[in-house]
Design a protein around this ligand. Structure first.
Ligand SMILES: [Cu+2]
Length: 93
């Protein structure tokens, strides 16, 4: 049940946040969990983590993250390489 709940919660979080949208690299939305990191959500639903220093880092798939507004989201995928590429594309502009 908690898995289902997290999926529903995820949809709510990503549809209600007006977080900045990166228009390169296929990143659809970005959300900030409590610990100061950033979760980037790709258009296909996979995620990648960025630490508070702006570097991509690995996170185990299925790991729960708590957002600043107290919701929990489950890590889906671990797209470190994709995030690196997206960030480099962004910097080159
Ligand atoms: Cu994560």
């Amino acid at each position: 049940m908690s898995f289902l709940k997290s999926i529903v919660g995820l949809g709510l979080i990503f549809s209600s946040l007006s977080a900045f949208a990166v228009d390169q690299g296929g990143i659809e939305k970005s959300v900030e969990p409590k610990d100061g990191s950033t979760v980037h959500l790709f258009k296909d639903g996979k995620m990648a983590m960025e630490n508070k220093f702006g570097r991509p880092y690995r996170m185990r798939e299925g790991k729960m993250m708590e957002t600043t507004d107290g919701k929990s989201i489950a890590m889906n995928g671990d797209e470190v390489a994709r995030l690196s590429n997206a960030m480099q594309a962004h910097m080159r502009r």
